[in-house]
Design a protein around this ligand. Structure first.
Ligand SMILES: Nc1ncnc2c1ncn2[C@@H]1O[C@H](COP(=O)(O)OP(=O)(O)OP(=O)(O)O)[C@@H](O)[C@H]1O
Ligand SMILES: [Mg+2]
Length: 464
């Protein structure tokens, strides 16, 4: 009796989502409240009914409260189908269906949490609220547990809303793909389909009321409210800096050379480095030029005090903007020196204060190691993050004006262009950048603006 009863009708969008062939992994995106998590329960149910005790489903969320909400939603869903024949192990967060199929819910927050999946296999794995993961590293690793006996299809499902700390990698991989059209996810090599819904697709809620509540929940951040309402991943492109970054004003073509230092000029261009350090995380270094109020080598006039990010050296992993290449300090220094050589600039500048902390290592601080390797950094004395972001916003907004110092960024600075315009805000502190996002380019840029009393540029002679 109970087993034949379907828990609820599906919305047309949900029915269409269910019809995407199982051979495709799924990205369910869009706005809040579109019925994505409910669709996941329905996909799991179908898989479980088809494959009995060979069906093993896993769904993870990042936070424990999130996991509890999910548990309540799934419990109500599966109870409607199986009534008291549904078994639930509260300690293991695992449902066992009458035919032996299992649905495991779990919290996956950090690398160490993987130990519990060691040697386990799941036929369907889903990540709910994938936007809460700052990088795809953890969720990608889940795939190592995705395997099933012959004849049982395996499937990976990602669910996310715009605006989380994972906004940038989700956009890069999945969120802006043409909906319903299969593609190969370049990062993992798997066949994917991306689809999206908004609250309007969900006839099971009071939609007008839901929309009002959604906007009210984002009273201090109407841009985020709109992204959640419309499911538009591009609204929040550049969430934090979106209102001030306009490529036409900020982006400059690569300079042919640095401004030639004229020894009679007292007011010269100042050339310096600005560096944000990372090893597991990326390092980003800018070659910066501060204008005396003069024409640059590209023939454009830069008002006095303007800063141009002329070139970039970064150890960002090509697939994960939040992961570094794990290079040692001497290797990083070599790369920075070779950028400086190319421009005949002195390898000196400012860096994150933290690299001057003594960590008890024999080789001294990271700052000392850089100095030994030929790159001389001083503390950026960066002050408060918020004050730094305010300066950066103001200079971005003033780029292109004839009389106020602006911030200009060369097309050479690829990591800057890939990350800064897309940086999300901290959901708990909307006036700040989310520090778990890929903010390394932004940090280095901030030090370039706040950290330096630059010395005049003299052309630098390298010995070798
Ligand atoms: N087919 C359905 N029948 C009954 N209720 C449904 C159905 N689909 C969704 N709902 C209800 O609508 C609400 C929103 O659905 P759901 O939580 O699945 O949306 P979501 O897209 O995951 O939202 P969020 O973006 O906030 O995570 C929930 O209360 C859910 O139970
Ligand atoms: Mg959901």
């Amino acid at each position: 009796m109970a087993t034949e009863q379907r828990p609820d009708q599906l919305s047309p969008w949900q029915a269409q989502a269910m019809a995407v062939p199982e051979a495709f992994d799924l990205f369910l995106g869009g706005g809040r409240g579109g019925g994505k998590t409910f669709t996941l329960a329905a996909i799991f149910l179908r898989h479980c009914e088809q494959h009995g005790d060979e069906a093993r489903c896993l769904v993870v969320r990042k936070s424990f409260p999130g996991l509890q909400d999910l548990e309540a939603e799934f419990r109500s869903y599966f109870t409607k189908v199986y009534g008291d024949k549904l078994r639930f192990d509260g300690q293991k967060h695992r449902f066992t269906l009458p035919n032996g199929a299992t649905v495991q819910l779990d919290q996956l927050e950090r690398e160490n949490d993987f130990a519990k999946y060691q040697g386990k296999s799941f036929s369907h794995i889903a990540v709910d609220e994938a936007g809460q993961y700052a990088s795809p590293a953890l969720t990608d690793r889940l795939r190592s547990s995705l395997r099933a006996p012959a004849g049982v299809p395996t499937r990976f499902i990602l669910i996310a809303n715009p605006g989380g700390v994972g906004h940038a990698w989700l956009v890069r991989r999945y969120a802006l793909k043409e909906p319903w059209k299969p593609y190969i996810d370049e990062a993992t090599g798997f066949d994917f389909v991306s689809i999206a819904s908004t609250y309007r697709d969900n006839e099971f809620i009071d939609r007008d009321r839901y929309a009002k509540n959604l906007m009210a929940s984002c009273a201090t951040d109407p841009e985020l409210g709109r992204a959640w309402l419309e499911g538009d991943w591009s609204v929040l492109r550049g969430a934090y800096f979106s209102s001030v970054i306009d490529e036409q004003r900020v982006r400059v073509e690569p300079w042919p050379e640095l401004p030639l230092p004229d020894q009679w000029d007292t007011d010269r261009w100042k050339i310096y480095l600005a560096h944000d350090f990372g090893s597991a995380a990326p390092s980003v270094t800018y070659l910066c030029a501060q204008s005396p109020g003069a024409e640059g080598p590209d023939g454009y006039f830069y008002p006095k005090g303007s800063v141009v990010l002329v070139d970039e050296e970064s150890t960002t992993s090509p697939d994960d903007l939040n992961a570094g290449l794990g290079l040692t300090v001497p290797d990083q220094a070599d790369r920075i020196i070779s950028m400086c050589k190319q421009w005949r600039a002195s390898p000196r500048g400012v860096a994150d204060d933290a690299i001057f902390n003594n960590n008890g290592s024999q080789s001294g601080t990271i700052g000392d190691e850089f100095r030994k390797a030929g790159v001389s950094f001083t503390k950026a004395h960066k002050g408060s993050r918020l004050a730094g972001w305010q300066i950066m916003r103001r200079m971005l907004a003033d780029a292109g004006t004839p009389d106020r110092p602006g911030l200009y960024v060369s097309r050479n600075c690829q990591v800057w262009w890939q990350t800064v315009p897309a940086l999300p805000r901290d959901p708990r502190k909307p006036e700040d950048v989310d520090s778990t996002a890929a903010d390394h380019a932004a940090d280095a840029c901030r030090y370039a603006l706040t950290g330096y009393q630059p010395l005049p540029h003299v052309e630098f002679a390298f010995n070798n």
